[in-house]
Structures are given as structure tokens and as C-alpha cells.
Write a protein that binds this ligand. Structure first.
Ligand SMILES: NC(=O)c1ccc[n+]([C@@H]2O[C@H](COP(=O)([O-])OP(=O)(O)OC[C@H]3O[C@@H](n4cnc5c(N)ncnc54)[C@H](OP(=O)(O)O)[C@@H]3O)[C@@H](O)[C@H]2O)c1
Length: 76
């Protein structure tokens, strides 16, 4: 069996990021969705995404996001 893929999507609270997150969820991937407006990702969370507060302008925020995924899934 093929290993389930793990993807990080930034800007997942609207637009192309949200659409991409939904597409990957439909395909059975493990999706980590990041954006500042966490409340706007409630629907993604209901659909199975791991929702994370992220501000890509803050290096520490990016590092924490990646570290969380590697910690929980062992890969990206
Ligand atoms: N739509 C298109 O057809 C298209 C085509 C080509 C290129 N693009 C480009 O692709 C990008 C996205 O387009 P879009 O239409 O999907 O825009 P959008 O609907 O405005 O989405 C922008 C996303 O980026 C997130 N974001 C903004 N600042 C952030 C920050 N500091 N940290 C984390 N997330 C942040 C927003 O989330 P929060 O505000 O919740 O953080 C939101 O989820 C834009 O740069 C656009 O110019 C779009």
C-alpha cells in the first residue's frame, strides 16, 4: 500500500489555499492547514484537516509549524 501523503498548506483560510486543502483532503492526504484566521478554517477542520495558527512573516511561526508536522507525522 502507498504511504499516505502529508502536505502543508499556508494561506488555507481562503482562496487558493483553502481550495487546495479541500482537494488534498478529498484525495485522502493528511493536510496541515495554516493561516492567521484560525476561525475561518473551522470547515476544513470538520473535514479532517489539522488546523494551525500561522503567520508566515514570523520565522518562529514557520519553524513551529514545520516542527509540529514532523513531530506528529515524521514526514512532509
Ligand atoms: N486567485 C488566483 O487565481 C491567483 C492566481 C495566481 C496567483 N495568485 C496569488 O496567490 C496568492 C493567494 O491568492 P488567493 O486568491 O488565494 O488570496 P486570498 O483569498 O486573499 O488568500 C490569502 C491567504 O493567505 C493568508 N495569509 C495572508 N497573510 C498571511 C500571513 N502573514 N501568514 C499566514 N497566512 C497569511 C490568508 O490567511 P489569513 O489572513 O487568515 O492569515 C489567506 O488564507 C496571492 O498572492 C495571489 O496574488 C492568485
Amino acid at each position: 500500500m502507498t504511504e499516505q501523503k502529508v502536505v502543508i498548506i499556508t494561506g488555507a483560510s481562503s482562496g487558493m489555499g483553502e481550495a487546495s486543502a479541500k482537494l488534498f483532503l478529498k484525495r485522502g492526504w493528511i493536510v496541515y492547514a495554516g493561516a492567521r484566521r484560525v476561525e475561518r478554517m473551522a470547515e476544513l477542520e470538520e473535514q479532517g484537516a489539522h488546523v494551525v495558527a500561522l503567520d508566515v512573516t514570523k520565522p518562529e511561526s514557520n519553524q513551529n509549524f514545520v516542527a509540529q508536522v514532523v513531530d506528529e507525522q515524521g514526514r512532509i
